[in-house]
Design a protein. Structure first.
Length: 270
């Protein structure tokens, strides 16, 4: 059995009784950061052997783990904090285990994204977890433009040193929307900052700690009298270049830029 074992994201009291038992009973624990996990195990008097399983060594270590699973042993996967297999190499191991016919079992517990969402005050009936945005500006911009039409609440992770720049990019692509910054969840300095994206940028001085960004979805409704092409042409008449006009049209009508481009291309060929 491959267990996906949640660990606390800050407060050690969030460790479940079941998680402690499973970590004691398995034959091996695969940890993203063995030094950090060893401190957790010491706190709960757990002495199970550890193996490092991170982005740098996952290819070689995964096969060793699979061999032990095939031999009838049980292995628990833990992340640095929270649920494993979310924005970490545990997801790759899960796919390999499933392909090998090995059972996978969740051991639920703390999760930063959902903890931020339920305290945000934003819509929780539909939400999209986007994780960390791409590091390159081009790829990040493409992702944000794709997400700009999503009506569901959107959840991001971001490092403190990139937070203000990322919020500025969100304003450029999403426009002014209500958002919540959840900082240091479950820790001593837990904090929720609420406001529009622009207001949050002004309130941030030197961001410190771990952040979750929760942003409301796109709720704009285009005027009934305008079609996307009509709106696009009006923007051109106002002096916007074609690229910007296409982007604004896509945002206004909750469609992708590719849809706008294909419509224009179809019209030109008729």
């Amino acid at each position: 059995m491959l267990y996906l074992c949640a660990t606390p994201i800050g407060n050690l009291e969030d460790m479940t009784f079941r998680a402690v038992r499973i970590l004691r009973e398995v034959d091996l624990i695969a940890a993203e950061d063995t030094r950090r996990t060893r401190k957790l195990l010491t706190h709960f008097d757990i002495h199970t052997p550890l193996i490092r399983f991170d982005e740098n060594c996952k290819a070689t270590v995964a096969e060793k783990i699979l061999q032990r699973l095939r031999a009838g042993e049980s292995v628990a996967v833990v992340s640095d904090a929270g649920l494993p297999a979310i924005c970490d190499p545990g997801a790759d191991l899960v796919r390999l285990a499933i392909d090998a016919g090995i059972d996978v079992c969740p051991i639920p517990g703390a999760n930063a994204a959902l903890s931020a969402l339920i305290c945000s005050g934003l819509d929780t009936t539909k939400f999209l977890f986007a994780g960390f945005a791409p590091k390159t500006k081009k790829n990040r911009r493409e992702l944000l433009e794709e997400l700009s039409t999503v009506k569901a609440t959107i959840i991001f992770y971001e490092a403190p040193h990139r937070l203000k720049d990322f919020l500025a990019e969100l304003v450029e692509v999403f426009g002014e929307r209500v958002a919540v910054l959840a900082r240091e969840l479950t820790k001593v300095h837990e904090e929720f900052l609420r406001g529009t994206l622009g207001e949050l940028i002004e309130r941030l001085d030197e961001p410190r700690g771990e952040f979750v960004i929760v942003v409301e979805g796109n709720h704009t409704t285009p005027p009934i009298e305008d079609t996307p092409l009509d709106f696009y042409r009006k923007l051109l008449e106002q002096g916007l270049d074609k690229k910007l006009a296409m982007r604004e049209t896509a945002k206004r009508f909750n469609v992708s830029r590719r849809d706008i481009y294909n419509t224009l291309l179809k019209e030109d060929t008729q």
